[in-house]
Design a binder for this molecule. Sequence first.
Ligand SMILES: NC(=O)C1=CN([C@@H]2O[C@H](COP(=O)(O)OP(=O)(O)OC[C@H]3O[C@@H](n4cnc5c(N)ncnc54)[C@H](OP(=O)(O)O)[C@@H]3O)[C@@H](O)[C@H]2O)C=CC1
Ligand SMILES: CC(C)CCC[C@@H](C)[C@H]1CC=C2C3=C(CC[C@@]21C)[C@@]1(C)CC[C@H](O)C(C)(C)[C@@H]1CC3
Length: 471
Amino acid sequence: MAPQGSRAELEFGGPLGAAALLLLLPATMFHLLLVARSGPARLLGPPPYLPELEELWSPWALLLCLTWLGLQAALYLLPARKVAEGQELKDKSRLSYPINGRRGFHWLPPHPSSLHSQHCCHSMYGEVAGVALRKLKCLPNGSGQGLRPPWALGCFQALVLTALLVGLGVLAGLPLSALPEMLLPLAFAATLIAFIFSLLLYLKALVAPASALAPGGNSGNPIYDFFLGRELNPRICSFDFKYFCELRPGLIGWVLINLALLMQEAELRGSPSLAMWLVNGFQLLYVGDALWHEEAVLTTMDIIHDGFGFMLAFGDLAWVPFTYSLQAQFLLYHPEPLGLPLASVICLINAVGYYIFRGANSQKNAFRKNPSDPRVADLETISTATGRRLLVSGWWGMVRHPNYLGDLIMALAWSLPCGVSHLLPYFYLLYFTALLVHREARDEQQCLRKYGLAWHAYCRRVPYRIVPYIY
Ligand SMILES: NC(=O)C1=CN([C@@H]2O[C@H](COP(=O)(O)OP(=O)(O)OC[C@H]3O[C@@H](n4cnc5c(N)ncnc54)[C@H](OP(=O)(O)O)[C@@H]3O)[C@@H](O)[C@H]2O)C=CC1
Ligand SMILES: CC(C)CCC[C@@H](C)[C@H]1CC=C2C3=C(CC[C@@]21C)[C@@]1(C)CC[C@H](O)C(C)(C)[C@@H]1CC3
């Protein structure tokens, strides 16, 4: 049984803040969905009307959401091209994760723990999977080549396969352009699923060993812990719920909703607008990039530090697909003429943002994986008492979170195609700025705890957090 009432500092305003967010986040999502399709599209005004329950609840929408989750889970369970180890856990073990975004080196059987099914429950917390993985890694180089089945696929391939399936469905008469009309009941169903799922995760954590619990999310206050999530990496056998949800159903769902909006615009106006093409293209690049570099998600704060509770379950399954597609929703109901010169400038802004975002993330990932990697070996570093070093030149010498800067520049480029007549399409930029400023402060606290004096030295050397000379 897990100990209650850990002394970790409470985040998000404690239980009151968590309770407020529990209501505020879904309410904001429904507000945005309603306002995007209204004439005035006023972000700050009241919603155009309050929907009746019949408009929100549809068993078909629930079935569609569950089918979607089932399809993505089935693709996740297909054999992995490669298995990666996560960061070290409290009990010094490491979990293994199926990785398939890029071409892996050799095929490993689907899940190491399945080789040791008698230890299935142990592998939920890493030990056995880790050992099995290390054994598997001892295979001579390439000895697994012959084992890799041609149908081994994963995260990026899941996107491609989903696109193929949807394409075939559309050719066979699937009315994808009807999806925008169903956004409200679909968002309601996704919220319901996230709520029930978080409740199950909370109950599951009651029987998890202390070593499986997240540093936060175990205050003893049920609302706070339900919101933040108690267990760090909840799994059933080797199916990792957080890793699955973080990348697949929400991100792929987001680009699918965008595509449906583009198709409906084509039906309404003869062809999709340039603004709609840009928003679809930019966001597809972002999602494709996340799935291609799926291994990098293993070093994010969400996987390493945060428990899996309502915040991430709702964020991944409902918030991402239904609010991140806001610009495309807005454009369907509020067409925005866009000339080629302005479109070119916006593309340039997105390219600059992407260049910084990808450059910074890849530099840190390469360095953390292998500090003598030729791509990062020449960069200046400072040492810390933990034995890990911190980069102080290259992207990480410019500001302390260059990846956030790139992400924010891209967020601006996603809103600009919608013009400047409304604030609504800039909601993502505003929310994302608040999220990243808060996230940066949380990360600073964690780094200060981890690295102490060395972190102070890094801050003196690189004084700005996200935007050079400004913040
Ligand atoms: N679209 C969206 O909604 C969201 C996108 N994101 C994006 O996700 C990505 C990941 O973000 P996030 O997980 O917050 O954090 P980061 O990828 O920025 O990772 C922070 C960690 O990096 C390590 N680090 C910090 N400074 C250095 C340095 N100088 N040298 C080497 N390592 C360093 C530290 O961990 P350690 O030392 O232990 O390795 C630190 O805890 C970002 O690109 C962000 O923009 C994030 C949230 C939401
Ligand atoms: C609903 C709340 C306000 C907060 C929920 C936050 C979540 C929506 C985000 C927390 C961290 C995320 C990341 C991505 C998506 C949004 C969430 C889940 C990410 C998968 C987007 C693509 C990037 O390339 C990434 C680096 C892989 C991101 C990782 C963090």
